[in-house]
Design a protein around this ligand. Structure first.
Ligand code: MN
Length: 510
C-alpha cells in the first residue's frame, strides 16, 4: 500500500545569495532526499520537488501537492534563510500534512575552513526558526522533527509520520458498512457520523442484513469446500464437545459467511464493517428452510481483520474505522494489531491486570502460535448457537491501545500504553485473548482511561505507539491525550480540564 504514495520534499531558499547558492542548495537537497530513500527507514518514497525561492513558487508547489493524489504529505526544510512571508500564501493553500524537518546538510562545522560563505549557505539554524514562526502564527498543524538527516533517530521520526500520512490518506477513502446498527442503548459506540466524516474522513453507511443474506444464499458448496481447505492448512483443527458432524457444519457456515461478507465489501468498495449479534438475517433457525448465520460471523471478522479490513463489534463503527487505520500504519511491522475489549479484571498481588478478549473477534495477527479452529456454544445475542472461532493467546511485551470517542462537541483520541503479560492457562475459555497491565500502573492507567471517557473496545498494536496517534490527531485536528508511564491522575485531570477550555475557545476545532 505504501508503494502507491509519495511524500514531497520542498527546500526553502531565496535568490538573495545568487544563483550559485541555489544550485548548491538544490544539489544538497537531492543528496539528502536520496539519503532518506536509501536509508531503508522511510516506508514511503520521498520525492524532491525542488527549491522554493518566492511566494509564487511556494504557492505553486502547495497547490500541486493538494491536487496530486499520490502526495500524502510535504516535508519542508530551509537550507538558507527563507523569509517566511513568502510562505504565507502557500501555507494558506496547503491541505496535505506538513512535516518541518529542522536539519542541515552539513553535519559538523568545518572548523579549519569555516568562513562567511559557508555560514551563509548553511543557515537552517535560523532559517528553520523563521519558518517555524510563520507556521505557529498561522496555527498550521505540523510535526517538527529535529536532527541530522543521516541520523537514524530523525529518520525514524519521519517514518512514523509517513505511516500516519498513509493512514490519513487511506481514511479519506474508507467506507465502513454497518451490518445492522450499533447495539441498542450503548452510548460509547454511538456518535455523530456526519461530523466523523468531516473530521476524520471515514464514511460510515448502514447495510441491510437482508441484502447480506442474499449474498450468503448464493455461496456455492464448492466455494465453501475450497475455503474450508484453506482453514485446514492455516489452523489446528480441534474438535471438542460439538462432535465431528456439528463441527464441520458450523465451520462450513462460518466459511459461507466469510465468502458473503468478502463479496459485499468488494462490491460496495468498503474496507471496514461492523456486526451486531441481534441482527443476523433469517429469524427462525428451526425453520427447515432456514438460511442465515448460525451466530455472529466471528471467524470471518477475525480473518478479515488480519487482512486489514476494519472491524468493530456491536456496530462500533468508530473502532472499526480506527482499526483500519491502525492496520495501515502497522504494515510491514513484525508484530500485529487487533480489535480488543476490556473483558475481565484480574486483581492479583503485584500483577493486577485486564483480560482482553471478545465474544469471538480477536485477530490472529497478535497470536503467539498457530491458532486453533474450534466450535463452541455462544449464548449471546438473538441466535444462541454453537459457532466457529479461532482460539489463541497473544504475544507479550509493550503495546498501545487507542480509541476515539465522541464528546458531543468534538472527537477525542485516547491512547494508553500497556504491558502485555503471560496469562495462566485458561482451558475453559473458548476465545482468543491477551492479558495486560495498563501503564503506569493498573490503578492509574485504568482510572485515567475512565476519566477520559474511553471505550471498552479498542484498537491495539505492539508497534504503533502514542507518537503515531499523536501525529494522526494533529493532522486531523482532533484532541489527543495519552496515558503512559508519566501519567498522574492529578495532572491528567488538569489536562482534561484545560482541553475542555481549549476546544471550547477554538470553535474551528469542534
Ligand atoms: Mn464488545
Amino acid at each position: 500500500m505504501f508503494d502507491n504514495f509519495e511524500i514531497w520534499w520542498v527546500t526553502g531558499a531565496q535568490l538573495l545569495y545568487g544563483g550559485d547558492a541555489v544550485v548548491a542548495v538544490d544539489a544538497h537537497s537531492k543528496e539528502m532526499v536520496e539519503g532518506l530513500n536509501n536509508s531503508g527507514n522511510i516506508p514511503v518514497k520521498v520525492v524532491y520537488k525542488g527549491t522554493a525561492n518566492s511566494s509564487k513558487e511556494v504557492e505553486a508547489v502547495m497547490k500541486a501537492a493538494n491536487n496530486e493524489e499520490k502526495c500524502i504529505g510535504i516535508i519542508t526544510w530551509m537550507h538558507t534563510f527563507s523569509p517566511a512571508k513568502m510562505w504565507i500564501k502557500g501555507l494558506q493553500q496547503l491541505k496535505k500534512p506538513l512535516l518541518h524537518f529542522h536539519t542541515q546538510y552539513n553535519e559538523e562545522i568545518p572548523w579549519d575552513t569555516m568562513d562567511m560563505d559557508f555560514m551563509n549557505l548553511n543557515q537552517s539554524a535560523h532559517g528553520d526558526i523563521e519558518f517555524g514562526h510563520i507556521c505557529t502564527r498561522m496555527r498550521i498543524a505540523r510535526k517538527v522533527v529535529v536532527g541530522h538527516w543521516k541520523s537514524e533517530e530523525a529518520q525514524k521520526k519521519i517514518a512514523v509520520w509517513a505511516r500516519v500520512c498513509a493512514a490519513v490518506a487511506d481514511a479519506h477513502d474508507v467506507r465502513c458498512l454497518m451490518f445492522g446498527l450499533n447495539m441498542n442503548n450503548v452510548a460509547v459506540t454511538d456518535g455523530d457520523r456526519v461530523e466523523f466524516e468531516q473530521r476524520l474522513g471515514y464514511h460510515v453507511d448502514y447495510y441491510p442484513v437482508s441484502s447480506l443474506m442474499d449474498y450468503f444464499k448464493k455461496v456455492t458448496d464448492a466455494e465453501v469446500d475450497a475455503l474450508v481447505e484453506e482453514y485446514k492448512k492455516e489452523y489446528t483443527i480441534k474438535i471438542d464437545e460439538s462432535g465431528e458432524e456439528v463441527y464441520w457444519e458450523k465451520v462450513r457456515n462460518a466459511a459461507k459467511a466469510e465468502i458473503a461478507i468478502r463479496r459485499v465489501l468488494k462490491d460496495e468498495n468498503a474496507t471496514a464493517f461492523t456486526t451486531n449479534f441481534d441482527d443476523l438475517g433469517d429469524a427462525d433457525i428451526n425453520d427447515p428452510n432456514f438460511c442465515g448465520f448460525d451466530q455472529i460471523p466471528g471467524l470471518a471478522s477475525q480473518r478479515l481483520m488480519a487482512e486489514g479490513i476494519g472491524f468493530g463489534a456491536e456496530g462500533d463503527w468508530k473502532t472499526a474505522c480506527l482499526y483500519r487505520s491502525l492496520w495501515v500504519m502497522n504494515q510491514g511491522m513484525s508484530t500485529g494489531c487487533s480489535f480488543l475489549e476490556d473483558y475481565t479484571l484480574n486483581f492479583a498481588n503485584g500483577q493486577t491486570s485486564i483480560l482482553q478478549s471478545h465474544m469471538l473477534e480477536v485477530t490472529p495477527l497478535i497470536a503467539t502460535d498457530k491458532p486453533k479452529l474450534e466450535v463452541h456454544f455462544l449464548g449471546i445475542g438473538i441466535r444462541k448457537q454453537q459457532t466457529a472461532r479461532l482460539v489463541f493467546t497473544s504475544k507479550t511485551g509493550a503495546g498501545t491501545k487507542a480509541t476515539v470517542v465522541d464528546l458531543g462537541n468534538r472527537f477525542r483520541l485516547i491512547t494508553q500504553d500497556v504491558e502485555c503479560i503471560e496469562p495462566k492457562p485458561m482451558p475453559k475459555l473458548p476465545v482468543a485473548s491477551a492479558l495486560w497491565v495498563p501503564q503506569p500502573t493498573f490503578e492509574i492507567g485504568a482510572g485515567a482511561w475512565i476519566l477520559a471517557g474511553g471505550t471498552h473496545h479498542s484498537a491495539f498494536s505492539y508497534a504503533i505507539d502514542a507518537e503515531y496517534w499523536a501525529d494522526f490527531a494533529e493532522i486531523l485536528g482532533i484532541e489527543c491525550i495519552s496515558i503512559n508511564k508519566d501519567t498522574t491522575i492529578e495532572n491528567f485531570k488538569k489536562e482534561l480540564r484545560t482541553n475542555e477550555v481549549y476546544y471550547m475557545l477554538n470553535k474551528a476545532l469542534c
